[in-house]
Design a protein around this ligand. Sequence first.
Ligand SMILES: C[S@@+](CC[C@H](N)C(=O)[O-])C[C@H]1O[C@@H](n2cnc3c(N)ncnc32)[C@H](O)[C@@H]1O
Length: 265
Amino acid sequence: MEVLSGSNIFSNNPEKEYATMVSLEHRQRFAQFFTPYPIAKFMANWITSNPNCQTILDPALGLGVFVRAILEDADKRYYIKGYETDSLILDKAKSIIDNQEIQLLNKDYMFNDWGNKYDGIIANPPYLKFHDYSDKNEILKEFHSRLGLVLTGFTNLYTLFLLKSIHQLNEGGRAAYLIPSEFLNSDYGKNVKKYLIKDKSLRKVIIFDFKENVFDDALTTASIFLFENNNKQNAAVEFITIKTIDELYQLKTIPAEDNENLGQK
Ligand SMILES: C[S@@+](CC[C@H](N)C(=O)[O-])C[C@H]1O[C@@H](n2cnc3c(N)ncnc32)[C@H](O)[C@@H]1O
């Protein structure tokens, strides 16, 4: 197996190297579209600026860009778990993330972990048709019994990741999800949006409206959804459109104890 060199893991170097080693076909089969490092840092800050954060889940690990972003300036220990169905990419991730407190599992997130809760959940979930899943009825039953949601087999996998993760947030926990903006206007997103409104943990939707193709085609129409599982009575969702990557850096993350400002750590 070709191994990653491990050079500067606090950047997108591992993803760039991986793209030269692995065919586009393989990457597309698993929906391996990677998060730009500055965006991963921003999302990681949202999770770790909760002072009570100890346990963190990345349900769609890839090369672990979020884990790397969290470890880069971690001033305490986190217990991190990652799920990844592609053993090829998982082995490469393991070769660059070497830490005993991190559990990286070659398992399908849809079938595992329903019973666990986390203080932080961070993800760029796979954009794949759920329709193609062989055991989809089993999964849909799980969503019905655990979340009371009736979903069709025509949804996209990333919405199921999102719903499951919200269900797995501890009291006071935070989640950050990178998802396609089309979700906001899609038909299949309707039920999911209703659930989010009822659940009341969604705090911010940051919509990228980049005029220039800063990172990648896919990202020009992406959004970051930020959740916090507390103060649900007064919850309001703020929609923020950003036109340049600099505007993202200027945003601050909200400290868990007061929702007054957004602030970078
Ligand atoms: C969009 S990529 C994101 C990778 C990385 N987190 C990032 O942001 O760069 C999604 C990853 O999830 C993996 N994946 C696909 N289906 C999965 C599933 N059912 N359970 C766990 N991982 C899955 C893919 O192999 C891929 O590496």
